[in-house]
Design a protein around this ligand. Structure first.
Ligand code: SF4
Length: 347
């Protein structure tokens, strides 16, 4: 009997990685999907806030959903604590359009995958990467760098673009048939969609959705602000807090985060520990958190911002509650009327 070939695949649940896994299955390869949780996944926020654009459609973890559809087991691996300092804050290959260290990110994940491959006796690793699809990480030089620096080298197979790339070990050894792999390249998803049709894959997320906050310019701006004011003294929890709310900087030390709706207020509740909180009792209101040690002026400004985003915004004066540790009080303030003043504070 011939040996069962076993491969590890990075599986986000997006169309490309789903297709890559399915193509491997078609070739008789036993697949285990790995999904890395970086602390920057959009999924974390969706899981807490739910599906706000379509509340009737509950949130789903796309990697687990794709695994279930393909009958591929999925392991979710939490790399948050290492990923922030080692990848996001010190990317050897730099950032993409936002704060996305895509090349270092792929290298880091694939180094972890290589370790698992060796420990558990898998034959090779594959990904859904497509030559030329992403400007930063999927051009030929970065694809080569990722293979080399992850230590996988030719044990890394990209089934969707394999015919455009040098032959990998799985092809050379006949573990998979090169002629049954693909020569897909570029940004269009047309061929992937055709292939999905052929393979009976109908349920997959829209490609434009993305899965990570780091390329997002709004997120990147807030992250740059934190790094500029706190250096690298930041934690995965700080990163979670950047995912929601309106952010305003009052001074080098003090920052304000204002919830935009009930879901975000509930999300912010998780981060109250160690922060001051501000809210309005008399009107529906955001929950506002203050980071750092606010002065009396900072506290008043935070109260005015909170009043501005409460339903009392058109009142001449609004009583605003605050709590800092064991101390609690109320300030009656004039809500910010002129948003251009606020724009100067907005991050
Ligand atoms: S978009 Fe985010 S998760 Fe994807 S490769 Fe880039 S940094 Fe990594």
């Amino acid at each position: 009997m011939s040996e069962q070939i076993r491969a590890l695949g990075l599986l986000s649940g997006g169309l490309d990685s789903t297709l890559a896994a399915r193509v491997m299955q078609e070739q008789g390869v036993e697949v285990l999907g790995l999904h890395f949780s970086t602390g920057f996944c959009l999924a974390d926020r969706h899981r807490i806030l739910g599906n706000r654009s379509n509340p009737d459609k509950p949130y789903r973890n796309e990697a687990l959903r794709a695994g279930a559809d393909l009958s591929v087991p999925i392991e979710i691996i939490d790399i948050k604590d290492e990923y922030l300092p080692q990848v996001v804050l010190h990317p050897k290959h730099g950032y993409g359009s936002g704060m996305n260290p895509c090349i270092d990110c792929r290298i880091f994940m694939l180094q972890k995958t290589k370790n698992i491959m060796e420990e558990r006796g898998y034959h090779f690793v594959f990904t859904g990467e497509v030559l030329g699809q992403r400007p930063m990480s999927q051009r030929r030089p970065p694809l080569n760098a990722v293979a080399k620096e992850s230590g996988l080298g030719r044990l890394l197979l990209r089934p969707l673009s394999a015919q455009l790339l040098p032959e990998s070990i799985p092809e050379e050894r006949g573990w998979v048939k090169r002629e049954e792999l693909f020569d897909i390249s570029g940004r269009s998803r047309k061929r992937q969609m055709e292939l999905a049709d052929q393979l009976g894959i109908t349920d997959y997320p829209q490609p434009a959705g993305g899965c990570c906050f780091l390329p997002d310019e709004n997120y990147a701006r807030k992250l740059r602000d934190v790094l500029a004011h706190r250096g690298t003294d930041v934690t995965p929890e700080d990163m979670m807090l950047l995912k929601v709310g309106r952010h305003f900087r009052l001074s080098g030390e003090v920052k304000v985060v204002v919830g935009r709706d009930e879901g975000e207020n509930a999300y912010l509740q998780r981060f109250i520990d160690g922060r001051a909180e501000v809210w309005v009792d008399e009107f529906p209101s955001p929950l506002t958190l203050l980071e750092g040690e606010p002065t009396a002026i900072d506290l008043e400004t935070a109260c005015r911002i909170t009043a501005r985003y409460s339903d009392g915004r058109d009142e001449p004066k609004v009583p605003v509650r605050w709590r800092i540790g064991d101390h609690e009080g109320q300030l009656t303030v004039v809500p910010f009327q002129d948003d251009s003043e606020l724009e100067e504070l907005r991050i």
